[in-house]
Design a protein. Structure first.
Length: 200
């Protein structure tokens, strides 16, 4: 890991505890994309934002605020646009401010994942690749789907390591084997909680 990246990781971990876009626990459902209406208005250069009424602009911003995947910077910028209340402020947020704010929140999320001691080899490799050359779209797609898949691969490796232990109990062996055949969320739950409930 580069020294600069290490410093940024520590800083992001210390200063931005609320910006975990993947949710409080991996066992929850993967992060969902922004609502279609908000995405269409906010991201598409061809979207007729200049022809959108003030009410529709407010609805699009409110949908972004209601999206549990929205990070701290997005929420702050969206609220500022609504507080301003002018057509120009809301249009600027949807056309320019939202993509920029979301990209910043997504970068913070990557640094927090990178600084998590539980992040495995595959997750770490993919985060570093995204930080080196990923576009905002690449990063968003990874947070929505790629993170879950990379974490599942790392979790499967961790489960095989548990099964390879010579002192493993029959109960733990059976539960670990069942977890390997389960969903990514079931594997994560077993590694975080299940193995300690069984013991051995």
């Amino acid at each position: 890991m580069r020294p600069t990246r290490a410093v940024l990781t520590v800083t992001a971990t210390a200063l931005f505890p609320a910006l975990v876009l993947a949710g409080p626990a991996f066992a929850a459902a993967p992060a969902s994309p922004p609502p279609a209406a908000a995405t269409a208005v906010a991201e598409s250069p061809a979207a007729p934002v200049n022809e959108t009424s003030d009410d529709d602009l407010r609805v699009a911003i409110l949908r972004i605020l209601a999206d549990e995947d929205s990070g701290t910077r997005v929420i702050r910028e969206a609220n500022a646009a609504l507080d301003n209340g002018t057509t120009e402020a809301m249009r600027y947020f949807l056309e320019t401010g939202y993509p920029l704010a979301r990209a910043e929140d997504d970068h913070v999320a990557l640094f927090r994942i990178l600084g998590d001691p539980d992040s495995g080899k595959r997750v770490t490799e993919e985060v570093n690749a995204l930080l080196d050359s990923g576009t905002p779209q690449d990063i968003r797609q990874w947070l929505e789907t790629g993170y879950r898949l990379a974490q599942a691969e790392d979790d499967r490796v961790a489960l095989f390591r548990i099964l390879a232990r010579p002192d493993i109990s029959d109960a733990l062996r059976a539960a670990a084997g069942e977890a390997i055949d389960g969903t990514p969320e079931e594997m994560r739950y077993f590694l975080e909680y299940g193995q300690y409930e069984i013991g051995g």
